[in-house]
Design a protein around this ligand. Sequence first.
Ligand SMILES: Nc1ncnc2c1ncn2[C@@H]1O[C@H](COP(=O)(O)OP(=O)(O)O)[C@@H](O)[C@H]1O
Ligand SMILES: [Mg+2]
Length: 414
Amino acid sequence: MKTINHKYLDQLFEAGMLIQNQLIRSTLAPDEQKQPITLSLREAAEAIGMSHTHLQNKIKSGAVKCSNDETGKACFSIADLIEARNALGIEVGRSKHPGQRGIRLGIMNQKGGAGKTTSTLNTAHGLARRGLRVLMVDADPQYTLTIATGMRPDLEESDAETEAQKELLVETHQTLVGAFIYENHELADDPDFKDWNIRKAIRHTNWPNVDLVPANGELAHLEVVIALAQRENSEWRFDLAVRNALAEISDEYDVILIDTPPNLGTFAMSLVSACDALVIPMQPNAYDYQSTVQYLNLLSFLTENTGKEFAWIRMLITRDNAGQTATMFRGMILAAFPDAAMESTLKESEAVKKESLQLHSVFESTGYAGNSRTLKQAQKMVDDIALEIIDLCERTWASKQLDVIDRVERSKVA
Ligand SMILES: Nc1ncnc2c1ncn2[C@@H]1O[C@H](COP(=O)(O)OP(=O)(O)O)[C@@H](O)[C@H]1O
Ligand SMILES: [Mg+2]
């Protein structure tokens, strides 16, 4: 038998990409962007937190404007929903806490498949539906979250023929890599990276109150970039690169959700430093449990050595189900972390799975091919998670914990 070399691996990579592109194209045409979503009157009332007759009366009186769907029925775009809250004087998120900045929330676990990306996308839309301004940051070189927003980090510029296609490309300066181009880096004078600012990377999505810092495969090189930078200039604080980049726009979002790679290397360490709070998704099974406990050990070691402080940390049980194993491990997780486990869980759901194949969160369904009750249950479950996170954020803003976290970080730099 022949031995395997890089040529063979390259062929495997090319063959894999070909099929991946076909899969994405079967969902979205090559230059098609994800479309904005609309909510029915009933869904809008629920998202605003009022009865449906109350909202109906507000529309009748002209206090609230809505749109009409193709059959002429009242419906709400997310933009209509934002306007309706403004018109009704309903404050959400940071607007209730003047002077407080956005919370940087890391969705982290070293375990792949724990549900990090699914939790990030669905929670982002859950928070946005409740009126918060959200920035999603894809910090995983596997860029699953970026693909889920309809962007195409897998495509080269030469693959993009139309203007619409070009808009979906993700160049390296449009990712977090820009935050790591230090003084003597070979790209330091490249016009794309010179005076780089996180705003160069922020993209709008099909939700008016959800933006994205996309990822591409180049993020995988950051471990090497960081090692080389440290050799050249040991003073350079790679661990603060993401924190400093995100600090620039902390006043523009309520929550910045960071989807992270499944490891705790130097790049991931800089992500931990950037976070004010952590959600640790884990499946209720032996492998995830063991892996998460080890991850906590690593986090403890890291924070001991860097002096990092968080406002809060919560385990989120994902793919939860009524089976024996899940029930046992759910019990163990709640017993081990009584104050650090979220009350709501992301249950195993056909709707979550089916919608993710369509690059959708559960709030983006377009004609769900299944029992509509399953979809409704999934939406309720994600809404519960979003509400629990909003409550934690509210408490963080009210207690001004972010001021403490920032003071600790500043004292380290000084
Ligand atoms: N609640 C859920 N119900 C059904 N499938 C899920 C659920 N959560 C995640 N999945 C599926 O599990 C797989 C891994 O999830 P993912 O979010 O990509 O994990 P990670 O980002 O931690 O690697 C994906 O195929 C996803 O569709
Ligand atoms: Mg992921």
